[in-house]
Design a protein around this ligand. Structure first.
Ligand code: C2O
Ligand code: CU
Ligand code: CU
Length: 454
């Protein structure tokens, strides 16, 4: 991890960012399922942070070093001591070696900082990158590959007139935390409004929402559909035609776009009505040997009857008298309170996420993959007053695009969202949290512990 200068746009001065190696996003890993790797993550950052720290936030007290980092590989089934537990941060000049066994299906993972209380600032500074796991099932599909497979990391940033990153503050110098950060500069792979020269053929776009808080709603300017073939934790059972794709922070989508009908055209990838990037399709037709098979990878449903435990977990926003959010909580508990979620290794549980707030929260569990069961509206005031759950309206099945294995789920406002999880892999201490990083840093994160069966 180093402080570097990056050009986000031809017309902007170089911007000071933090990256892994000499880039942000950092280098892209490409590993085979079942082949473990060791990574030495070395903190070579300066000792002064580039953004204001809120010392009233737990884990960011003023007696602690300003610059602290710890890397988490999001979506990895990794042993607890290599998972980047938020308390396991270290200072500039130090490094750790982490072991990633990669005993999991082909998927797009991503690595990013996870230091307690300043994670939002470290990621905003640029500490994230992409990590692909490959396997034979994926190989056998003959999907577009190599230069026809493009990782796209989308995020938003605020730039000042000098071209430098600006992380907004609350206006209270003692507690600069703000509940969410949205930038007006939409960035893809480190560039503002980039373009890509493509051939008139199929491409595989591996899209990650790497933003702190923004949800993306993506579409193509010519009205063309994407074929979605995978989500967070790998391939869907079958491709899905989609004209508009919603991605919450940390969610991934594996998309096929066919440019063969657009030779000579320019197509814009749009976020709502704004331009995100441009595809310039060349004129000369090409031979495209790749395919999008109608069957991809079976995703066997975990039956609800397999669950040995159902946990009801609430999402809470704590407000000040002026109804401004001051902190966000999971199940009314703070980060440093004792562990309350302790699933048994290899057991199945249902977690019911009861969202009492007016925001959608992308909830992520480390270590595991899960399936979304359903969502239902409920009477939030009654629930907050009495703890009684009164469902309103029908059970809503997940979107077809949420049908595969997930590691991040949108807990929609005033809804209960149920997920089913098998706690496979390792025992030990992990975390679950909201992936809106401003929420995560301000208490919307809890430890959980996988314990061994007696
Ligand atoms: Cu993207 Cu705790 O992770
Ligand atoms: Cu994670
Ligand atoms: Cu949240």
């Amino acid at each position: 991890m180093r402080q570097i200068d990056c050009k986000f746009h031809r017309d902007l001065k170089p911007t000071r960012v933090w990256g892994y190696g000499s880039t942000s996003p950092g280098p892209t890993f490409d590993v085979r399922s079942g082949q473990g790797i060791l990574v030495e993550w070395a903190n070579e950052l300066p000792t002064k942070h580039i953004f204001p720290i809120d010392h009233t936030i737990h884990g960011a007290e003023s007696n602690l070093p300003e610059v602290r980092t710890v890397v988490h590989l999001h979506g990895a089934k990794a042993p607890a001591n290599s998972d980047g537990y938020p308390d396991n941060w270290y200072q500039p000049g130090k490094s750790v070696v982490y072991y990633y066994p990669n005993r999991q299906d082909a998927a797009m993972l991503w690595y990013h900082d996870h230091a307690l209380g300043i994670n939002r600032l470290n990621v905003f500074a640029g500490l994230f990158g992409v990590y692909f796991v490959r396997d034979e099932v994926e190989d056998a599909l003959n999907l577009p590959k190599e230069k026809y497979e493009i990782p796209l990391v989308l995020y938003d940033r605020i730039f000042d007139t000098d071209g430098q990153l600006n992380y907004p503050v609350s206006g209270n110098p003692k507690s600069p935390w703000t509940p969410e950060v949205f930038g007006d500069g939409l960035v893809i792979n480190g560039k503002i409004f980039p373009y890509l020269e493509v051939e008139p053929r199929k491409y595989r776009l591996r899209i990650l929402n790497g933003a702190n808080a923004r949800f993306f709603h993506l579409s193509l300017s010519n009205g063309q559909a994407f074929q979605e073939i995978g989500t967070d934790q790998g391939l869907l059972p079958a491709p899905l035609e989609l004209k508009r794709l919603t991605l919450a922070p940390a969610e991934r989508a594996d998309m096929i776009v066919d440019f063969s009908g657009s030779a000579g055209e320019q197509i814009i990838l749009k976020n709502d009505s704004l331009s995100a990037m441009q595809f310039r399709v060349s004129r000369t037709s090409v031979h495209d040997p790749s395919a999008v098979p109608s069957v991809l990878r079976p995703v066997p449903k975990i039956p609800e009857s397999a669950a040995v435990m159902t946990r009801t977990l609430s999402l809470i926003e704590v407000q000040d008298p002026a109804q401004r959010p001051v902190r966000m909580l999971l199940n009314n508990a703070h980060w440093d309170m004792p562990v309350t979620e302790n699933p048994v290794l290899d057991s199945v549980e249902i977690w019911s996420l009861v969202n009492t707030t007016d925001d959608s929260h992308p909830i992520h569990l480390h270590l595991v993959r899960f399936q979304i069961l359903d969502r239902q509206s409920f009477d939030a005031p009654t629930y907050l007053r009495s703890g009684k759950f009164v469902g309103l309206g029908p059970l809503i099945l997940p979107d077809t695009s949420e049908a595969g294995w997930k590691d991040t789920v949108r807990a929609e406002p005033n809804m209960i969202t149920r997920i089913i999880i098998r706690f496979e892999g390792y025992t030990g201490r992990y975390v679950w949290h909201c992936h809106i990083l401003e929420h995560e840093d301000n208490e919307m994160m809890r430890p959980y512990e996988v314990i061994s069966a007696r």
